[in-house]
Design a protein. Sequence first.
Length: 341
Amino acid sequence: MGGAHGAGAGTPEQEELAARFEAQRAELTRLAHGMLGSLAEAEDAVQEAWFRLARHGATGIANPAAWLRTVLSRICLDALRARAARPEEPSGGPLPDDVWCDGAPGREGGRGPEDEAVLVEAVGRALLVVLERLGPAERVAFVLHDLFAVPFEGIAPVVDRTPAAAKKLASRARARVRGTGPVPERAGQRRLVEAFLAAAREGDLDGLLAVLAPDVVRRSDPAAVPEGAALSARGARKVAGETLVLARRSRFAAPALVNGGVGVVVAPRGRLLLALTFTFTPGSTGATGVTGGARGSEGAGGCAVGDAERTAGAFAERIAGYEVIADPARLAALELAVPVE
């Protein structure tokens, strides 16, 4: 992707304008990525904002940063509306190997997968997935206000609403993003799921066995497993072994609320491909703890997960079963939200 100078900057005034734009490019890219969820689309939107600035010139722009943010937000809103008018239809077939690459393919003069991965992690996989469920105006209002602290007076002209109406848009989006408030039993279940993800990422068989019930059952949609593989498995050791075989998927996983319960979304590039729903054995969830050990590592939600939690009895309850959902129609029907501590 070409820089601002590629748009024809040459005079001292144009060079100064280009330099001021380049100083804003990283922040503008983060904003566009939050709205669009794609690095390639975000960079295209940012470049279009530069073209408009170059055509307009600096005359009459008292606050270039605010002007660019407004123009870019309108570009993103138009892109979201166009996307909503022609939604992509997933194939529903087995997931190809090249899906498991976190980032858009490298583009000549642009950035590659590592850059997209950084942006995805900065916003959060679960949040990006949930943002996809919002209407265009809701998403723009939420991202501008909740992620970039833009006042509603600045959001109103972007979404063609009054400030009060823009506030309602953001509030409605926030309710959908966050779901219901904290539920006490979810805290222990979330730590259990985080320990499951951490063990899967580390290839830690003992860690998986510590969080799985002895008679745990795994069920999967056909598209979620390799061709010819069984759609279900029973027993902690068998399920744990299968989980390690597919461990690369855990790199793209994050805890989420799925249909109101603690679950997981698997989202390379922030795009939902799989969702996991869990059932748990009866137990005192309040006693479930993740306190870290001598060789602790960071869990999916930032909790330290260490050897002390990788032993039998470390958890008051275990994972009794989980289902891997990959069918597009089933994924679309899920209620998703970002867990609230």
